[in-house]
Design a protein around this ligand. Structure first.
Ligand SMILES: *[C@@H]1O[C@H](CO)[C@@H](O)[C@H](O)[C@H]1NC(C)=O
Ligand SMILES: *[C@@H]1O[C@H](CO)[C@@H](O)[C@H](O)[C@H]1NC(C)=O
Length: 219
């Protein structure tokens, strides 16, 4: 008796898959506006974008707060469903809630707005924000708030609709931001970021302040 070869089975399976017609493109609602939701047309996604996403973001810049929503097509592997909190500067806090799905028009309707918890939690991170550069020194320190337990260093390119430029930023983030991978195209409310660097490490407690007068003893 000749046993059936598992390799032949695999070969048959892969031939079957390569001869299947390509999956029809996904359609997603696409829109962008201020407020806790937005509505727009259903758009056929580019072939490689196999998911729909809704992002509701609350950004707090100094005293200015704005709540905005965007809906678009995205690669499923780049999509994170859930809550992300970031503080990239003392005056620059942002929280977002996102939802990813993979059915035609599945991002119609609305999702809950993100919670903003701006209570400092005792952790800190180097902070900086640079446009037109893909590194930044992080000489300033920012205090982390709410669920932000990690320090991020993200850089890459940012697409602002008409042009693409470099960016780099460091600051505090919730652990959920560590989901971002190098190569990912991450939609925010107004821009699309492509990450070349996506470092994420646990945040530290600040060192104890050295009291004045105690520092000169060694010199
Ligand atoms: C954010 O938090 C502040 C107080 O910490 C509160 O007054 C404000 O209503 C909150 N904003 C939203 C949109 O939840
Ligand atoms: C806000 O964040 C602080 C610090 O992490 C935490 O102790 C507190 O429970 C949070 N509040 C809410 C309402 O989640």
């Amino acid at each position: 008796m000749i046993p059936r070869s598992p390799t032949l089975g695999l070969l048959a399976l892969s031939l079957l898959y390569t001869h299947l017609p390509p999956a029809p493109a996904l359609s997603c609602e696409t829109c962008r506006s201020s407020g806790p939701t937005c509505s727009g047309r259903l758009k056929v996604c580019e072939a490689e974008k196999d998911a729909c996403v809704t992002v509701v973001g609350l950004s707090v810049t100094g005293k200015k707060k704005s709540l905005d929503t965007s809906k678009s097509c995205i690669k499923f592997k780049d999509c994170y469903s859930g809550f992300i909190s970031t503080t990239l500067g003392q005056q620059d806090h942002m929280v977002s809630n996102s939802h990813c799905c993979q059915e035609d028009g599945c991002n119609q309707g609305s999702i809950p707005s993100p919670e903003n918890n701006s209570t400092v939690n005792g952790l800190h991170c180097p902070s900086c924000m640079a446009a037109f550069h893909d590194t930044c020194a992080g000489e300033k320190v920012v205090q982390c708030v709410g669920p932000e337990t990690h320090c991020i260093y993200f850089s890459g390119t940012v697409q602002t609709g008409f042009f693409t430029t470099k960016f780099a930023t460091r600051g505090c983030a919730s652990k959920s931001a560590c989901h971002a991978q190098v190569g990912a195209e991450v939609p925010s409310i107004t821009y699309t970021y492509e990450l070349r660097r996506a470092d994420c490490v646990p945040a530290q407690k600040p060192p104890r302040r050295v009291r004045k007068g105690a520092r000169s003893s060694a010199s």
